[in-house]
Design a protein around this ligand. Sequence first.
Ligand code: NAI
Length: 247
Amino acid sequence: MGFEGKTAVVTGGARGIGFEVALKLAKGGATVVLIDVLEDVMTQAAAKLSAAGAKQVFTYKVDVTDEARVEKVLDEVAEKTGSLDILVNNAGITRDDLLLRMEAAMWDLVMAVNLKGTFLMTKHAARHMLRKRYGRIVNLSSVSGLVGNAGQANYSASKAGVVGFTRTVARELAKKGITCNAVAPGFIKTDMTDVLPEKAKEMALAAIPMARMGTAEEVASVIVFLASDEAAYVTGHVVPVDGGMAP
Ligand code: NAI
């Protein structure tokens, strides 16, 4: 898939799924903009992208919940590169616990990063996409947001929110050449899942028909398709990438 001449912004692009997305877009010829809170990891990621042949890579330390910073950085990106064509809202966090032990602060933080961050990035990127009447927005939901997951009331609610947000943005922007879709990964091997207790990993594996975890690259392949010209007639959808987990 060719991404020559396109500018792609990937939040949470320093590692995991976001990094694999950035790598595929860069290999396809896109100018890639990484946004993350982990500055050192992001600098290393940018070096890896350049070593893999990326034409142009920019990095910005941005917390996606900070609206003023999000707006300023996206304006700067559009000015520097001439366009903002692709946005992958991948930054996300977990703060797991059972309902009765979940503190309101854990709820607020997860909703702020996963849902409000997705809203803020989309709102301020869409202004630039509208000018060119072209855009591809891909959001990260989760199987947890589709079917629920014990211990993840906050995370599941945020990822279900991403589904409603995605479908609404798709309808609002459909006539303007901008698509908005989501992927719903299942249980993917990244830093986010590496920290889970062994028992939780065993239970998750038992629920996967393919009986293995997915890789960040397998999720990135679907995201990159949705971000491509080839996916022009796909909007408002949620694609599970989960080894058969979701019903
Ligand atoms: P990860 O933890 O490896 O990467 C997430 C990245 O987001 C990190 O680089 C982190 O620094 C960045 N980030 C966190 N908060 C941020 C903020 N406020 N502003 C900017 N950047 C921020 O996670 P992973 O596994 O690569 O997940 C990526 C996305 O996929 C997340 O939205 C996650 O919820 C979703 N997902 C992951 C699954 C998995 O099994 N790994 C399953 C379903 C969904």
